[in-house]
Design a protein. Structure first.
Length: 284
């Protein structure tokens, strides 16, 4: 679906490039995540891939077409949710969706159906300027889906969302994956990357430090240990065991048979911890 070779990009007048030799591919139907701290170059990358920023070096193929050769109809095929929602502030929610829907040649989705999907059905007649940040972000997502594109670019889709709406949006994104959509998600939220992405690329200072499946990373960087918290004479104790051979580890078996167990955890690490380990930077 997407193939990027030796991509480099410098903003006009910038002393150093913002994107410095990036290579990756995204398969059909995949959710591919760019995970990195603020300023890493994620939005710049998305803006290049969506044809907004021109004058890059290297090659970007979407389908079989190099981006430099794309025509206007490219925008009939992709959906883009920009980092900062951009709407007509004096139009209502529905007026905005109808306006943007009217820009497409193909048949567009029922705006009300989209609003319902993200829990905004009560706000169709609310002026855009009266929406909260989280509502604007959800509307932004609807706008990207208006023409039912096969390829979606989502820049920080959950920023500004409360935990409930974040979960809701995650579910909707996973539903879109089930429908066969391909998605590029950029985020600095490791939980989003972990819960949504088939593969993630760690990006720091305009370079990709690593690309892998979240699960592989967690297995590779996690400790193959199990920790058991148990109560003994009303004080809490903790003991660690090797995961390897746990089924025949008599000390472990005896412990769980005889003690009052509070918690048992294997010691997978988080993507955030791995990010720090690999890049030396935090995701903040
Ligand atoms: P991220 O989305 O990962 O937070 P950005 O792509 O927004 O990162 O920014 C990457 C770098 O490019 C930052 O150093 C930022 O200051 C710079 N940058 C972003 N937009 C512009 C612009 N329009 N002109 C010049 N520099 C920019
Ligand atoms: Mg950004």
């Amino acid at each position: 679906m997407i193939q990027v070779d030796n991509l480099e990009y410098a903003y006009p007048k910038a002393a150093v490039p913002t994107i410095k030799g990036v290579n990756f591919h995204v398969a059909d139907g995949e959710i591919f995540g760019f995970l990195g701290p603020s300023g890493a170059g994620k939005s710049t990358l998305q803006n290049i891939l969506t044809g907004m920023l021109k004058g890059y070096r290297g090659n970007v193929y979407i389908g079989n077409q190099e981006l430099r050769a794309i025509q206007e109809d490219f925008y009939e095929e992709i959906g883009v949710a920009f980092e900062f929602p951009n709407f007509y502030s004096r139009f209502t929610v529905l007026e905005n969706l109808r306006f943007f829907g009217g820009l497409y040649n193909r048949k567009t989705e029922d705006p009300y159906k989209l609003l319902k999907m993200v829990g905004l059905e009560q706000h169709g007649n609310t002026r855009f300027s009266n929406l909260s940040k989280g509502m604007k972000m959800r509307l932004n997502f609807c706008r990207a889906l208006l023409h039912d594109p096969a390829l979606l670019f989502l820049d920080e889709p959950t920023s500004g969302l409360d935990p409930v709406n974040k979960e809701l949006l995650k579910e909707v994104i996973l539903k879109k994956k089930e429908e066969g959509k391909t998605m590029i998600v950029t985020t600095h939220d490791m939980q989003i990357a972990e819960d949504l992405c088939d593969r993630v690329a760690f990006i720091v200072n305009g370079k990709i430090a690593l690309i892998d499946k979240p699960r592989n990373l967690k297995l590779q960087y996690g400790r193959r240990k199990l920790s058991v918290e148990y109560k003994l004479a009303s004080t809490l104790h903790c003991q660690e065991f090797d995961l390897d051979g746990i089924g025949s580890n008599m000390a472990f078996i005896k412990l769980i048979q005889e003690k009052e167990i509070e918690t048992i955890h294997s010691q997978e690490t988080t993507l955030g911890n791995i990010f720090v380990k690999v890049t030396g930077k935090s995701l903040a």
